[in-house]
Design a binder for this molecule. Sequence first.
Ligand SMILES: [Zn+2]
Ligand SMILES: [Zn+2]
Length: 230
Amino acid sequence: MSLLSWLSGSKANTNPKKKAVHTTRKISSSCPYCHVSLEKTPGRKSKCPHCGKDMYVRTTQKIFDSHLLTKDQALATDAIRENAWNGLDADVFRTLIQSRPHDKPTDVLWNYFQKKNLEMMKRGDFQALKMLNYSMALFLNKEGRDHRHCLQAAARYQLEQFLQEGFVGNVHISVGENSCCDACKRNAHKVLSLKEAIKDLPIPCKDCSHVIHNDTYGFCRCIYVTDRFI
Ligand SMILES: [Zn+2]
Ligand SMILES: [Zn+2]
């Protein structure tokens, strides 16, 4: 089973499409940090000639009043695009950041994730919790922070979902498809009971060295699968 099909469940596409709100936005070509006007609007990520900071280009985003974004704004923008399944979109996020104008967009986003996490826990929706915690792990990894507690929570919620669905058999560990690291290879084809898996939580592999966005913390892509999917 591919990671994509593992992540997307029947609930992934059931959110009704929100009505698009059209807003008129001024396209600014000034640096998002020092606000000095730029002679030429960059077409891709580049350094501001005045303050030297990295400016990110996101031409289709509808959250900020410029195509030129700070790193923090770009991180939040990208994460929002990947989280439409849990009700997050540009309109929702614009409203959230307007209500907390002194907070960094990534902090506003993290706060949203935590609220959703609580709501899903109250509902006992393990499939949604698995997807949300995986998204949170990716987001932390992109920010250069340690994501492994969220990745472990996503894997644990997968097991809880199996239990909730009445599955009582063994689980297999499926390692990252093409480029799994040596640490993850040791888990290849490992079979354990659902109870053992919940007790030991063998994935994510602690020593995984697979780099996706930051090279400090490997991002393990091992997943649990049951006989039903093999
Ligand atoms: Zn600047
Ligand atoms: Zn690995």
